[in-house]
Write a protein that binds this ligand. Structure first.
Ligand code: GCW
Length: 718
């Protein structure tokens, strides 16, 4: 269903007649776990009847967490005190346990179902135990029980029936990580929600309560790993002083099923650099960081051993090497594989992994930045050790509002590829613009690369089913910070939520995820839900329209990456300017990446190679990405490129205006504090979207030398 202003308007009308007003004040701290009492009397009665007590059998830290969460959740939702027992006492109970620890579960003999669920999967089933109707949550391990318990609470927060419940769920992707670009001084690179959550100066002695709520939030989504520091890594993170601090975090995260990972600087074995701000230098005493040097290999083996002595389930290393000034193996004329394999060798005995980022764009490799990572990594396919991921971003440039899928996906059948997505909105309005990112991520995951013919979707590359990868992973650059609502913009929470849900099950639709989040966070009134959902579902396309429509990209403000700066032309690197990407002139605009240009289209598998290469068949959403197009080029709409471009910019802004109007109509039905917070954000959003539109159109008009059409007809609305 195409989300547009019309849908938003229709759902608006429905509300006026049905919803009941809302009061109280919610600062957003509870995220999607506020467990507000159910207002649907029928469902409430059903749940109260089905769940008159809870039985949890076994004992572990994770089971203690489950007890707390289930008690908190059920008492909140049902508004009753629910006793938690260790044996079946009353009728109609919720029974939670693994066959290993629970006699009751063992006697149900669910091994056939459990065998397919692995370490993290769970089964929720309404079933008779000793003749007593019960709801059972079971799994092979306690972590599975934790995920199952959160899922039951999610079902109830969404008001779904538990009658005949029979849910079998296990994650489609093994490593589901957040990447925090948090610096050691408490700042966050590309963070727009306050300071870093990690209070390094207080650790290890003081443990901030937020660490626990952070772990709860991620466990509720099935996120099972966190890289706590920025990829522009400060080597200090590997000192004994910091390992002691990290140990405390790892211990706290463990019972929530979350492993701790670290970003490392490749030059860590070197002596410290005299220049504190340098991205070079290390914490060691060596003169080289050459990955083939035996002392260097020894250094990393010792360092890894030291880490595992404190953190026995340490996850591994994330590495940004030979990228944006970060040191790497190429400094010693070694390959990415040499560098990654040295670290992998050190981690392998402990089961640790290396996530080697493919975000490299050395200008010497190719004049077209979009082609460089592919040219560097494809020749190395199969040369990485088994515990190495190569981690490309979703697109070949850098988290732009819309990018074609990175051509590496499908092109490295012998190397597990970990998809890196950005939850923080570096290029999509920071924490000021309401932009729901699930549709962006779905567009990437559902893209058919044709690597092995049809149905070679990116999601099948990432979940390992296309190339039978030995391990699978997905990473999201976090949008969290010390702000009370965690994400700066309350709707930023929906992106954290969406990342977790898609990492667990990439088959979920953006609509489903949006609806879940709205019901768990804002309102359960169907009309209110439908209205907010329609706002969210068109918000990404709108953002593309008022920033970089039709395949335009990288025309934002230098450095800060918030506002527009299409005229940005002077920089230490051409590929950091805007003109390098839009290449506007009196004839037209766009980057010719076709076979008559940089030939980046050749990096895609047929049939995309041909489709992208031909201006007549290239999807319009990528047109100016792959082609330099004349201002008069006829578009699908029948309009000339210039008119179409102007229309897109106006449409984008109009969508934001409509979101503001729609939100205003929800005043009575949304928590007061949240209502005002979002209303203020939308005011800024509208103002800044107009700045994007007007700045870009007046800039491009200097070249098109055509008037900006006035759109009277409802072409802007459709
Ligand atoms: O998006 C760019 C950002 C940098 C970031 C880099 C990367 C952490 O502008 O802030 O550095 O990408 O992904 O490494």
């Amino acid at each position: 269903m195409k989300y547009s202003l019309q849908n938003m308007f229709f759902s608006l009308c429905c509300i006026i007649v049905s919803a009941c007003p809302m009061v109280s004040a919610d600062d957003g701290y509870d995220l999607w776990m506020s467990y507000r009492k159910l207002d649907d009397a029928t469902r409430l009665k059903e749940y109260r009847q089905a769940l008159s007590s809870v039985v949890i059998q076994g004992d572990s830290e994770t089971l203690r967490i489950i007890r707390e969460e289930v008690k908190k959740g059920l008492e909140g939702l049902l508004g009753v005190d629910l006793p938690i027992h260790s044996t079946l006492v009353t009728s109609k109970a919720l029974v939670i346990g693994t066959p290993k620890q629970s006699q009751l579960i063992q006697e149900l003999n669910l091994s056939k179902e459990l065998v397919t669920l692995g370490h993290e999967g769970f089964l929720i089933r309404s079933i008779k135990i000793k003749g007593i109707p019960s709801i059972v949550i079971t799994a092979n391990d306690d972590i599975g029980l934790l995920y199952g318990s959160f899922h039951l609470l999610r079902i109830m927060q969404n008001g779904q029936s538990l009658a005949d419940a029979d849910i079998c769920s296990s994650p489609k992707i093994q490593y589901r990580l957040l990447n925090h670009w948090d610096n050691m001084d408490g700042s966050i690179e590309r963070g727009y929600a306050g300071k870093s959550l990690w209070k390094w100066n207080e650790l290890p002695e003081t443990i901030d309560m937020r660490y626990q709520d952070y772990a709860r939030a991620n466990a509720s989504l099935g996120i099972n790993g966190t890289v706590v520091n920025s990829v522009n890594a400060n080597p200090i993170i590997l000192t004994a002083e910091y390992i002691a601090k990290l140990k405390v975090l790892a211990n706290l995260f463990r019972p929530y099923g979350i492993k701790l990972f670290l970003s490392i600087r490749f030059s860590s074995p070197l002596r410290p650099s005299s220049n504190r701000n340098s991205r070079r230098g290390g914490i060691g005493i060596l003169e080289t960081a050459d990955p083939l040097d035996l002392d260097v290999r020894r250094w990393w083996k010792d360092k890894v051993k030291e880490i595992y002595q404190s953190i026995p389930d340490f996850g591994g290393f994330l590495v940004k090497a030979n990228s944006e000034g970060m040191p790497g193996p190429q400094d010693y004329k070694r390959s990415h594989a040499d560098g990654a394999n040295m670290l992998a060798e050190a981690l392998a005995p402990y089961g640790g992994v290396v996530m080697w980022r493919a975000f490299v764009y050395d200008a010497k490799v190719d004049a077209d930045r979009a082609k460089r990572a592919y040219k560097e990594f494809v020749p190395l396919d199969g040369q990485f050790r088994a515990n190495v991921f190569v981690q490309p971003k979703n697109g070949p440039i850098d988290f732009q509002p819309r990018e074609p899928v990175h051509p590496l996906f499908g092109a490295m059948p012998k190397t597990p590829l970990m998809l890196e997505l950005q939850i923080t909105q570096e290029y999509l309005g920071h924490s000021k613009h309401l932009v729901f990112l699930a549709p962006m991520w779905k567009e990437c995951l559902d893209f058919d690369t044709y690597a092995k013919g049809q149905d070679s979707y990116v999601c099948r590359v990432v979940d390992g089913s296309l190339h039978d990868y030995s391990m699978t992973g997905i990473a999201g650059v976090a949008n969290t910070g010390s702000d009370r609502n965690w994400c700066g913009h309350l709707f930023g929470q929906a992106n954290w939520y969406a990342f977790g849900r898609l990492a667990w099950d990439h088959k979920l639709s953006s609509e489903e995820i949006a609806e879940e989040w709205i019901r768990m966070t804002l309102s359960r009134n169907n009309d209110v839900v439908r209205t907010i959902k329609s706002m969210m579902m068109g918000s990404w396309e709108a953002c593309i329209n008022y920033m970089t429509p039709l395949g335009l990209h990288h025309i934002m403000q230098a450095g800060f990456h918030y506002g527009p700066q299409p005229g940005y032309a002077r920089s230490s690197r051409l590929d950091w300017t805007s003109v390098y990407y839009h290449r506007t002139d009196s004839l037209g605009l766009g980057f010719d990446r076709s076979s008559s240009g940089s030939n980046a289209t050749s990096q895609y598998f047929p049939p995309w190679r041909k489709r992208f290469d031909n201006i007549g068949t290239c999807p319009e959403k990528y047109l100016l990405w792959f082609h330099h197009v004349s201002w008069d080029q006829k578009m699908e709409s029948g309009r000339a490129l210039w008119e179409e471009l102007c229309l897109r910019y106006y449409k984008g802004v109009n969508y934001v205006k409509e979101m503001r109007r729609t939100w205003a109509s929800l005043e009575k039905y949304i928590d007061e504090e949240i209502y005002v917070h979002v209303q203020e954000k939308l005011a800024t959003h509208e103002k800044d979207a107009m700045i994007w539109r007007d700045t870009c159109l007046s800039y491009f008009q200097k070249f098109s030398d055509r008037p900006i059409p006035v759109f009277f007809d409802n072409s802007i609305i459709e």
